[in-house]
Design a protein around this ligand. Sequence first.
Ligand code: HEC
Length: 505
Amino acid sequence: MICCTNLFSQTPTWSESIASIIYNNCSSCHHDGGIAPFALMSYVDAVDNHHEILDAVIEKEMPPWPADPEYRHFKDEAVLSEDEINLITEWINNEAPEGDPDLAPAPPEFIDSGSLLDTIDFTVQIEPYTLQYDEDEYRYFVIHTDFTETVYVNKIEVFAGLPSIVHHADIYYDESDESATLDLLDPLSGFNGNTGYPSVDYYMNAWQPGGNIASYPDNWGIEVPPGVDFVVEIHYGPGGIGLIDSTKMHLQFIKDPGDDVRPVYVGWLLNGPATGSLIIPANEIVTFEQEYTLPVKKSFISICPHMHLLGKSYKVWYEHDGDSVNLINIPQWDFHWQKYYTFQTVQVIPGGAKIKAVATYDNTSGNPENPNDPPITIYNGPTTKDEMLMTYFIYTNYKSGDEDIILDSTYVNSVFNYEDAEAGTFNVYPNPATDNFIIHGNLFNETTVSIRLINSSGQVLQKKNILENVSAINENMNIKNYPAGVYFIDIISQQGRSRIMFEKI
Ligand code: HEC
């Protein structure tokens, strides 16, 4: 025998193990022109920052994903596995060797300005604004529309003009002229709280760095009446004085919305504590509970707990008929990384369910984010130094089949009870498909198997039943006559069911 280094004790190298982890989990923000302060696009970049990388991955600060993945998984979950963290740790503790550069994957390519939408129906473009302050700044921008009919926004894509300075951008619409009037009172582009706060009728969406396109299932959209003004609120972080921002948002509307269009609502259902008021005494750590009884069944897409700088943790779940269903847990609140978390499948919550939350605030000087030294009593209010306790949701009225809608394309809901992992795994190819596709996979001899083709509104379009002993599926499905979009295939047998998502183009 010639060998015998134990393979598993070999130091991982950049080329063979680490580059792919960094490129897949870090580079989307850490590249030139991205939102992070330095690039992670090469071996040299990683070595130059290796101490900070080690701390950031061990502390689970990076990639930023404050939600606890063990409590609930979400779409586009950005979490390193324990194996990945161990590999990075081992690599850095062993002087971060490069290995054979020929084996390293190529760094990913990013287009920071091109749109990923199929069509851009409207661009919400702010007038260029030269930042006036070197500290946190909130500013409102008003963009007129001249739609003559109600539109339904199905997708929103945001391009921050100053990616490393724009901390968040919210979009509202205002049916009155109040925001436009305030805008006229300030000679610069937009206005801030010194001029006044806009009257905003409807809160549409929030964007934070690293946020992906907000998109709803086909035929679901945020209703925008004709003639409104869009109001964009931007939070600029420190360090931007003198720089010019020209943030924009692309909107894609539902084409020809018919009577069956599904209006999507964005708003808080839980606001403030279940009893008493939100008062956080100086030098105390306080916990509040929230509760809301949902009157009728609704279909939820996303959830976003909201607090400010004193926040410490936030957990939301619902109870119904003796069951308790986890919605989200943020064990270490991070004011800077708030986001809408999108469920992997539409989360239907029954009427009568009690949605509950528990949130803790730390108003001691032990909280490094505490804006007051010494601490003072803090109340509910709009500025960053006040506090809030709100759980926002994006949802719509329930329609049968909603529970089967998958929102996360990487999610395969396979619940086959096979011991053999090979069976009960299916794939669809080609994907995306145009006219036909084949569904392929293995089963253990089953007597009946049903294959269903479902559209993104949950409607069954085709059903094939195979009524003989089947150990493999190899079915050709015709989709020529269906519109482009997202579809699902359900495979159902006595042993369980599996759902696969695919796209028709
Ligand atoms: C969603 C965007 C995003 C992703 C993904 C991301 N980062 Fe960051 N990273 C940032 C931003 C923005 C900052 C600066 C502000 C901050 O620290 O929150 C930062 C800061 C850092 C820092 C500076 C120290 C620190 O903790 O603040 C390190 C190190 C770092 N990132 C490493 C990584 C690594 C390693 C990954 C992948 C495993 C990663 N980041 C993924 C956006 C991101």
